[in-house]
Structure formats: structure tokens, C-alpha cells
Ligand binder design. Structure first.
Ligand SMILES: *Cc1c(COP(=O)(O)O)cnc(C)c1O
Length: 368
């Protein structure tokens, strides 16, 4: 194991947990294929580390947001192709074609451009038609689909490898989600009339365990891969979280009563207070929004409340109730004792926001 003794903050990443989570999904949907979403530093876990660990885990594609992320996946030398989920600029399409990356198709103009680039480079371009069934973010609208299948069929350098859509409220609005599913099913029927489309995918983490879409054969796994499913299901209990964020006590001090702590003195001691300074702050991804929310860290077997505002590099916690705390002691900032969900609720945000906020200053340590 790496020596962390001089680290102020680090993230321990358990790629075995990710493999386990893939297995949980596989048991639930044995005939579906899986796309592992590794955008945004693999949800804060570190893109390269996750890609290398999962390349042989029976995954069809690595989902990324941009060509720059696709390039990083490719540079890992893995077999699994990146799939670019987000829109690309025309000037990025050449690299997509040359490298054989998968991309979303949102318009016929894009298709024509890709088709001519395919001719130029003598390559078949693998595209997945994105249908906007209600997300309002990207894709072709269902009413614009008639005729599209035939036009695409005539573009000889394209291989329409997939058709997909994205759910906008799978965890919150079941009846709207059913309407999106129906709209997707109609789109698949319309397009497969003219095209042989091997991959059909709609569900991501908030839907995989809770909706059945028989015309699909792949799921896109972001949060679930990392052990966080937003929907109740018996399968949720089997998921394992894959990241624990740690920091260290850097300093121990005793402050008198009536002493302000941190910026603007939003906390003032009401007794003689033993304060541990801990080497993590919003510059590491411990969100400033957690200030004065009851946030706590887990240190030497007990919970310690964060006092006052979170600063860029440090937080102060109350250890008056504890004995023997020493500089260098390890505090769990997020993990089994301080779950992602707790921080999410305190910061009034969504889980993915918490996890993708961990910055580049925080070393990622991959469990062997
Ligand atoms: C980010 C993203 C996902 C992953 O979503 P999770 O809820 O984390 O599983 C899936 N599909 C698309 C199109 C995305 O942009």
C-alpha cells in the first residue's frame, strides 16, 4: 500500500466494489450489456484508474462526455471503446472517425458530415441515434424521426450502431417516465424498420432496477457502478460504495470560551473547546455549502462536528469529548460512517455533485 502519512486528504478507491456492482446489475438484467460511465474523472474516482481496472469486466463501452475524455480512455490502451455522450463540435468529428470512437447522433446535418468524413478516411462511423423523449437536452425529437431511418440507411459510411434516449425524472416522476419509455419504444420501432440497430439503451442508474424496457439490450451505469442507487430496490442493499475520502488532523489546540472559529465567526465557542484542525477544505472538494449544516467527520471511532465555515484547505472540528487525539490521526470525511447521502442532504445538492467535486489535489489510492 502507498504511504499516505504525509497526505492531508486522499480518496481510497475500491475497484473491486465497482466490479461487484456490475455483477449485481448483471444478475438483475442477465441479458443486457453494460456501458460504464467514466465521465468527470469517473465520478471523482479518477478516469484512468477506473478504466484500467474495468477494461476486462465485460463492458461494451466507456461512457465519456467529451472527445478529450475519449482520448484519455484510449490512451489507457484498453480494448473497450469510448462512447461520447455529449454533443461534439464539427472540428472534433475528424478525431472521432479516425479513432473509431462512438458518438451520439442528434441531427441529419451531423450524419452527413460524419458520412463524408467516413468516405475521406475509408472508415465506417459508428453512431448511436439520440432521441429526445423528454429530457430536453439533446437528440432528435420523436416527431422528426419519420424518414430519418431511410436517409441514414443511404449514408454508406455510417453504421447506426445504437439508438438511445435519456430519462429526466426516473426517480421522481413514474408516470412521465412511462411516457418517455413509450416514446422510446415507438422510436425504436420506427428506426428498426429501416435499420439493423445492435444496441438499444435507455436506462441509467435511477431506472435500471425499477423499469422494464423489453426493447432495450444495454444499460448505462454511472452512480450504480460506484455504489449509489437513487431508487429503492432490494438490489440496492447489495451495492458497495467504491470511494472513501480521508483526511488527517494537522493540529490540535485548545480555545477558550467565547472564541470565534473560522471566517466570519459563524461559530463561537461556549466553553473551553479542544479543536482539531483537519487538512481538507473546499479546495479538495469538501463543499463550502456544508458549513454550519451539522456536518461531521468520523475520527478515532467517534463523530466530531465541524465548527464554523469550511475554508479552502482546512476545517476545524470539536474534539473536546475525546482523549488522545494526535496530529496525523485519520478522519473519515465521506465513507461508511459518513455516507454520500448524508453530505448530499446537508449540502442540499445531488449525490453526483458531491462526488465529482473532489479535486485534482486529492490523490486517488486504488486498493490492490
Ligand atoms: C451521465 C449520464 C449517464 C449516467 O447517469 P447515472 O444516473 O449516473 O447512471 C447515463 N446516460 C447519459 C446520457 C448521461 O449523460
Amino acid at each position: 500500500m502507498q504511504d499516505t502519512s504525509l497526505y492531508r486528504a486522499w480518496a481510497e478507491v475500491d475497484t473491486h466494489a465497482m466490479r461487484h456492482n456490475l455483477g449485481v446489475v448483471q444478475r438483475f438484467l442477465p441479458t443486457h450489456k453494460r456501458m460504464a460511465i467514466v465521465k468527470a474523472e469517473a465520478y471523482g474516482h479518477g478516469l484512468e484508474g477506473v478504466v484500467r481496472a474495468l477494461d476486462d469486466a465485460d463492458i461494451e463501452f466507456f461512457g465519456v462526455a467529451t472527445p478529450a475524455e475519449a482520448r484519455r480512455v484510449q490512451a489507457c490502451g484498453c480494448r473497450t471503446s469510448p462512447f461520447i455522450l455529449g454533443p461534439c463540435f464539427p472540428a472534433e468529428r475528424e478525431a472521432i472517425v479516425q479513432n473509431g470512437w462512438r458518438a451520439a447522433l442528434c441531427s441529419l446535418e451531423e450524419a452527413e458530415h460524419f458520412n463524408s468524413l467516413g468516405a475521406l478516411y475509408g472508415k465506417k462511423v459508428n453512431l448511436h441515434i439520440n432521441v429526445d423523449t423528454g429530457m430536453g437536452r439533446a437528440g432528435l425529437l420523436p416527431q422528426d424521426l419519420p424518414g430519418v431511418g431511410e436517409k441514414l440507411r443511404q449514408m454508406e459510411n455510417l453504421h447506426i450502431e445504437g439508438v438511445y434516449s435519456h430519462l429526466s425524472a426516473a426517480a421522481e416522476d413514474i408516470s412521465f417516465t412511462h411516457r418517455q419509455i413509450q416514446s422510446y419504444e415507438q422510436a425504436v420501432a420506427e428506426l428498426t424498420n429501416r435499420l439493423d440497430i445492435p444496441y438499444r439503451h435507455l436506462c441509467s442508474s435511477s431506472a435500471v432496477f425499477n423499469y422494464n424496457v423489453p426493447c432495450t439490450n444495454m444499460v448505462r451505469l454511472g452512480r450504480i457502478l460506484y455504489g449509489y442507487s437513487p431508487m429503492p430496490s432490494p438490489y440496492n442493499k447489495e451495492l458497495r460504495t467504491s470511494l472513501t475520502l480521508y483526511s488527517r488532523v494537522t493540529l490540535l489546540r485548545t480555545l477558550p470560551s467565547d472564541h470565534g472559529v473560522s471566517y466570519n465567526h459563524t461559530y463561537i465557542t461556549d466553553r473551553t473547546t479542544k479543536v482539531a484542525t483537519i487538512g481538507i477544505g473546499f479546495g479538495d472538494g469538501y463543499l463550502h455549502y456544508l458549513s454550519n449544516t451539522g456536518a461531521r467527520v468520523y475520527l478515532n471511532g467517534s463523530y466530531c462536528p465541524v465548527l464554523g465555515r469550511i475554508t479552502m484547505d482546512q476545517i476545524m472540528v470539536d474534539v473536546t469529548h475525546m482523549r488522545g487525539v494526535q496530529p496525523g490521526d485519520v478522519a473519515e470525511i465521506m465513507g461508511p460512517h459518513v455516507p454520500w447521502e448524508e453530505l448530499t442532504a446537508r449540502a442540499k445538492t445531488i449525490p453526483s455533485n458531491i462526488i465529482t467535486s473532489i479535486t485534482g489535489r486529492v490523490p486517488r489510492i486504488y486498493l490492490p
